[in-house]
Design a protein around this ligand. Structure first.
Ligand SMILES: NC(=O)c1ccc[n+]([C@@H]2O[C@H](COP(=O)([O-])OP(=O)(O)OC[C@H]3O[C@@H](n4cnc5c(N)ncnc54)[C@H](O)[C@@H]3O)[C@@H](O)[C@H]2O)c1
Length: 364
């Protein structure tokens, strides 16, 4: 196989973001078909991407595709994912993997038994700035860090009855449906959490059944701390999407939307009253609408090189378990015990080194 024959299931909101990038992936991916219960959406996307088939039943694409990109409402991830896996097809599943522990485990085991790749679309791991941040952390460029804080400040509104606004079909509130990206990042960048607490509110996001604003704090086993704030209710923002990482030798600020990473270092630490902080631009990358390119490109590499993806079912389930345990503790007014969540589990890393590094960043 020198190109992945890919079918896309679900041509809603996210497809506008996805479709922009396929022209840049033509050497690895041929989009052979699209599917949506609303045929005109599938047709529009098929026309745009030059795909031969546009259908309303994804099973009609089984004869044509090796792999499927699933971008459906969350309650459909499990039944559709299982059909795809049982048909022996690789699956790039939009986040979150599924709605329950049992669904996630069943899908992960089925993919292993069938020998197909199951990757979850944790797109932020492929942000060039996150790739650079991982390098800074792993190489201890500014020493160790003791705190990582993440903000995602958005204004979102959905009509009454939309699946994403309701707890059952979406699986949760802002923390589960959007925060899952950042919980995944925290586990990837920081290792094993031991404690956590979550508080959410519906104030100013009354259209959503559970929280539209989420605050979460975490303690990791080496004593490091993390904080995540996500809101769908902001009417103005300074942070937008940002991360602050407190290193021994300075603070790294990632302005994720702007594609700029700054290093803040206080020149004279002996003079507490005069904190002279000269920000230094240490990294820039192209605009973030290209993010799916890196993620889908990586998935294609995993399929073509027969490599287990890093965002696999085990990893995704571990992130879900963190959120589920924190939701449960919130209801009971206690701090969540996040130890023993299966985060020690080994997965098969064989062949990961065959993959090319993530592309697309520029050092200033
Ligand atoms: N990575 C990101 O940043 C990001 C951003 C947005 C959405 N997402 C994810 O993408 C997925 C889809 O979200 P969305 O916002 O595009 O949702 P959406 O509601 O806009 O689109 C879902 C589409 O699926 C279609 N559909 C419903 N049932 C179907 C079926 N049985 N067969 C075929 N098509 C069917 C609908 O007609 C609709 O067009 C979710 O998992 C969501 O979490 C990810």
């Amino acid at each position: 196989m020198n190109k992945v024959k890919l079918a896309i299931v679900g041509c809603g909101f996210i497809s506008d973001i996805h479709e922009k990038v396929f022209s840049e992936l033509k050497d690895k991916i041929e989009v052979v078909g699209t599917c949506d219960v609303e045929l005109e959406k599938a047709r529009k996307m098929a026309d745009f991407l030059g795909a031969e088939h546009a259908v309303t039943d994804y099973k009609d694409l089984f004869p044509h595709a090796d792999a499927f990109l699933v971008a459906l409402p969350h309650f459909l991830h499990y039944p559709v994912g299982m059909d795809i896996i049982n048909a022996g097809k690789h699956c790039l599943m939009e986040k979150p993997l599924a709605l329950t522990e049992e669904e996630c485990l069943t899908m992960t085991h089925a993919a292993d038994e069938k020998g197909v790749k199951l990757m979850i679309g944790y797109i932020m791991r492929f942000h060039p700035m996150i790739t650079e941040l991982k390098r800074i952390i792993d190489e201890k460029v500014y020493g160790n860090f003791y705190q990582m804080s993440i903000w995602t400040e958005q204004y979102t509104w959905l009509p009454e009855g939309h699946w994403l606004a309701m707890a059952k079909p979406s699986g949760g509130g802002q923390f589960y449906t959007h925060g899952c990206h950042y919980v995944d990042l925290l586990l990837w960048l920081m290792g094993k959490p031991i404690k956590g607490a979550h508080m959410g509110t519906r104030l100013c996001t009354e259209w959503v059944e559970l929280e539209g604003t989420s605050n979460a704090i975490f303690e990791f086993e080496d004593g490091r701390l993390a904080y995540h704030f996500g809101t769908w209710g902001t009417k103005g923002t300074r942070h937008s999407y940002a991360m602050h990482i407190m290193f021994e030798d300075g603070m790294v600020e990632c302005c994720l939307n702007e594609g700029k990473m700054w290093l803040h270092q206080t020149k004279d630490l002996s003079n507490y009253s005069e904190v002279s902080d000269e920000a230094q631009l240490i990294f820039t990358c192209e605009e973030t609408s290209h993010l799916p390119k890196y993620e889908i490109d990586y998935f294609a590499d995993c399929v073509l090189n027969d490599v287990r993806p890093m965002c696999d079912g085990n990893g995704a389930l571990q992130g879900n378990r963190v959120i589920w345990r924190m939701y449960e503790a919130e209801k009971r007014n206690i701090v969540a015990d996040l130890s023993g969540l299966g985060l020690d589990d080994e997965w098969d890393k064989k062949g990961l080194d065959k993959l090319p590094p993530t592309q697309g960043f520029v050092k200033p």
